[in-house]
Design a protein around this ligand. Sequence first.
Ligand SMILES: NC(=O)C1=CN([C@@H]2O[C@H](COP(=O)(O)OP(=O)(O)OC[C@H]3O[C@@H](n4cnc5c(N)ncnc54)[C@H](OP(=O)(O)O)[C@@H]3O)[C@@H](O)[C@H]2O)C=CC1
Ligand SMILES: O=C(O)[C@@H]1CCC=N1
Length: 279
Amino acid sequence: MFSGKIGFIGSGQMATALASGMLSAGLIQKDQLLACDVSSVSAEKFAAVTGGQICPSIAMLTEKADVIFLSVKPQSMAGVLQTLSQVSTSREKLIISIAAGITLATLEAGLGGPGRIVRVMPNTPALVGAGASAFALSQGTQAASANRPSDSQIVRQLLETVGVAEEVPESLMDAVTGLSGSGPAYVYQIIEALSDGGVRVGLPRATATRLAAQTVLGAAQMVLSTKEHPGALKDAVTSPGGTTIAGLHALESGGLRAALMTAVVAATQRAKELGQPPR
Ligand SMILES: NC(=O)C1=CN([C@@H]2O[C@H](COP(=O)(O)OP(=O)(O)OC[C@H]3O[C@@H](n4cnc5c(N)ncnc54)[C@H](OP(=O)(O)O)[C@@H]3O)[C@@H](O)[C@H]2O)C=CC1
Ligand SMILES: O=C(O)[C@@H]1CCC=N1
């Protein structure tokens, strides 16, 4: 259980996924959840899905929350930091940015100096407790004391409640964004395409999508549980002269592996661009 209040500035897709995952896992109750948003549509949806309280202003949310997620788009971050920096109590709070590309240095500068600031890159499967997150701490985060955990422990607890979490050097956060932050979308495309293939060879759509999704889930579970190299697991599926090698040959001809590598590189590059100050 987490005893404090958690606030989200920006209550869109990722905030809803994190909040829902934390509620489902029993880490917090809905009366520990706050959000504020410039979009009434997003705020109303967040409140309907999570039962959290909507605050009319960033100042009010900051007064009430112990941990504050900055879950606005990178392009909206400067304005949020400006507003937050004018709320005197913001310096006491643990501030967690999940925005792609936005560096700890930018967050510190926007908030008026070093503080309890952490950069996190989560992903939307946090909604179902299967998230993959990485985090980087700033110099101003607090160590543990007799009556409270360290900021690092708090962040790890929040993220591990909704999946796995890795602490990484900040220099790797854009790469994490290109791989696991954006990665669920790559996998949804793969599942959709596998399902299309199934329909192409005669399966009903619902059956094809269920088989495709369970196959991706099962293969991922095999990699995590057996700790075998994915190539070795691939070899175990592939009979000489059989069906799988015919399919793998088609994937190689189509450039699947190069396409996925290029996707991670392109998304990482885009995260770096989003972190640059506007010209
Ligand atoms: N979606 C994902 O899978 C992931 C997203 N992220 C990061 O999370 C952040 C949010 O992404 P996502 O949830 O997809 O975005 P959304 O657009 O769904 O949510 C952001 C919300 O913040 C609102 N907003 C904008 N400015 C302010 C403000 N000043 N005060 C309060 N609310 C504001 C937006 O309103 P309006 O639309 O009107 O601008 C919108 O409702 C991004 O920085 C993204 O990089 C990280 C990992 C994964
Ligand atoms: O597409 C984006 O920019 C965000 C960041 C990672 C996932 N979604």
